[in-house]
Ligand binder design. Structure first.
Ligand SMILES: [Zn+2]
Length: 254
């Protein structure tokens, strides 16, 4: 038996489920990877105490296709698997006949889709109602850049986006308007909470973890006394160093 015997390659590679023959093998493999990443990354929202019940959602763009993967609406985090993640087009429409398509996608799907349509550089979107970030959003107050870790990660303050009602494009539009041309990968939608973006789903989850961390720290700092601003040129140099020097060359953000 030779190594290119079709029976051998099929039996070794056959996945437990598949995203139909309508996709090329490369796109089907990319979808599979994003399904696994998105399902697993919801566990990070739990681990970092960013969500309660089934609130919060992670999505990831499928590289090379006008598609993204998002979680189903209202399903317990314990029950999220690659197979029940939902594949959508960039209008937020569920791709019929694909695994998970029997369920409704997250109620924030339209906002995620809007971001992917209008920000081609974005590969991941996360939304939570994490406590301290929501507290700043409830006041409609941006988080000032007063700690070096924040200058590193966000390059300045965390901006506030407009008040927007769920159900149409207004949340997505507010995210895109606020974050386009802004260094921050996080926006505090007023009276609502944080949305974060990243080069991929993991990077957006990291931003969601970090925005809650700085929201908490700056909250406590201000409770105890006046905040000391960091000069803009120092913020600039911290941000540039962290984005270009810190970490590994293999990092997705490089
Ligand atoms: Zn929300």
């Amino acid at each position: 038996m030779t190594t290119d015997d079709p029976e051998v390659s099929v039996s070794n590679e056959a996945p437990a489920f598949s995203d139909e023959s309508s996709f090329s093998p490369e796109i089907a493999a990319a979808i599979r990877t994003v399904r696994e990443d998105v399902a697993r990354l919801h566990g990070e929202l739990v681990r970092y105490d960013l969500i309660v019940w089934t609130g919060g959602n992670v999505s990831g763009r499928v590289p090379g296709a006008d598609l993204f993967v998002i979680k189903p609406s209202g399903v317990s985090y314990d029950d999220l698997t690659p197979e029940n993640m939902i594949l959508c087009d960039l209008d937020g429409a569920v791709i019929p006949g694909t695994p998970g398509s029997d369920r409704s996608p997250s109620s924030d799907t339209a906002a995620h889709a809007y971001v992917y349509r209008h920000m081609p550089e974005v590969g991941g979107v996360v939304h939570t109602h994490s406590t301290f970030a929501v507290a700043w959003a409830a006041r409609g107050e941006e988080i000032p850049c007063v700690i070096t870790a924040m200058a590193d990660e966000f390059g300045g303050p965390i901006p506030v986006g407009p008040f927007a009602i769920i159900g149409d494009d207004s949340i997505g539009r507010g995210i895109v308007q606020t974050l386009s041309g802004h260094r921050s990968r996080a926006v505090l939608m007023q009276n609502h909470g944080p949305f974060t973006i990243g080069v991929d789903a993991k990077d957006a989850v990291k931003a969601a973890v970090m925005v809650e961390d700085v929201a908490r720290t700056v909250h406590y700092a201000r409770e105890a006394g006046p905040l000391i601003p960091i000069p803009q040129e120092t913020i600039d140099s911290l941000f540039n160093r962290y984005q270009n020097v810190y970490g590994q060359n293999s990092d997705a953000r490089r």
